[in-house]
Design a protein around this ligand. Structure first.
Ligand SMILES: [Zn+2]
Length: 165
């Protein structure tokens, strides 16, 4: 038996102005702007917004959309990726920014994608052939920046395993 230790690389920032480039700042600002608009999260009271940026600078927004049958709820991240895909941009996504807030309290921890959304992001990254940068933020705290889905969903399964890319 050989035990191995996996290290995951990520950066933390105190505010969005510290992010390393204008494209990432613009993407998280788009997600924050979308948080000002109505969503549909009457059951959890937790509002999430995601902004997906393509290599050509187009930004697509997604909101979490809850359902009385809870399992039918759609996350903001997947809604944004589907919006990008609907516009022909599933193969050139390079930045995904996530933010959110609760009706009850401000989160001081970055809002991260759930496992299902990370799996969808793996698909998008492998199709594009380049690492996706994740910006996870919240309205009242630090920002986490993760480059590459191997850091966000280690030991992932994707199109490459099926010989698709
Ligand atoms: Zn999700």
């Amino acid at each position: 038996m050989t035990r191995k230790i996996l290290e995951i690389a990520y950066d933390e920032y105190e505010n969005i102005d510290e992010l390393p480039n204008e494209e990432e700042i613009e993407t998280i600002e788009a997600a924050e702007d979308a948080l000002k608009n109505n969503g549909h999260s009457p059951y959890s009271g937790f509002n999430v917004r995601a902004a997906v940026r393509t290599k050509t600078g187009k930004i697509f927004i997604g909101k979490n959309y809850e359902n009385a049958a809870y399992g039918s709820t759609i996350c903001a991240e997947r809604a944004a990726i589907l919006e990008a895909s609907n516009h022909g941009h599933i193969n050139d996504i390079n930045i995904v920014a996530i933010t959110g807030k609760s009706d009850e309290c401000d989160s001081t921890e970055p809002i991260d994608a759930c496992g299902s959304c990370r799996q969808v992001l793996v698909e998008a990254e492998q199709i594009s052939g380049e690492e996706i940068t994740i910006i996870a933020a919240c309205t009242n705290g630090k920002i986490r920046r993760i480059v590459g889905m191997d850091n966000y969903l280690p030991f992932n399964f994707g199109p490459k395993h099926l010989g698709m890319v």
